[in-house]
Design a protein around this ligand. Sequence first.
Ligand SMILES: [Ca+2]
Ligand SMILES: [Ca+2]
Length: 201
Amino acid sequence: MFTTHDVRTRHRALVRLSAGLLLTGAAATVCGSPAHSVAPTCGGLTEAQAAAAGYTTYYFPGATADVVVGGAADDWVYTDGGADNISTFGGQDIICAGGEGDFVDAGDNRDVVYAGGGDDTVYGGAAHDEIFLGDGSDYARGYGAPDLIKGGRQSDTIFGDDPFVIAATDGRDTLFGGGGSDNIHGGGKADTIRGNGNAYG
Ligand SMILES: [Ca+2]
Ligand SMILES: [Ca+2]
């Protein structure tokens, strides 16, 4: 099923697990895929598909508070329920944080974050990130480059860039509030901002 490269990738993930960087959970749910899927997906990929595509995978289903420390390469993260703490640094990472209030720092490069339910805090880091905040009263910062951030049903606070310092790296962000009374700040550059209740993340 797996190539030699996949085995090495999975081995590295297990090494991190054995180093005490990660905690595991139990039951599985679906993120970003139809409910009838056999294996849960994140960003349209199951863990096996993500590993085959070269991602370092962190798969922790269940309602436990997981801690994930990714690396400079491309990470695929599925933590499901529980208040998770996820940092993935460089690489083009795909993150599904699941329910409850999570903290996500996607780091450099282009990342895709599905924060799920709960009151989440999400930092996109540098580059063009896509952040979907889901339910809960969330807080998000896109930081540099043009980011796409979509709020959810409740009242969210969304910043396209650093709210305190206008920088040359600020991007033309696209920010949607979704439901609730949202607080949205574009930052530098010409941003597109909609309080639209039909644009849930
Ligand atoms: Ca990474
Ligand atoms: Ca980023």
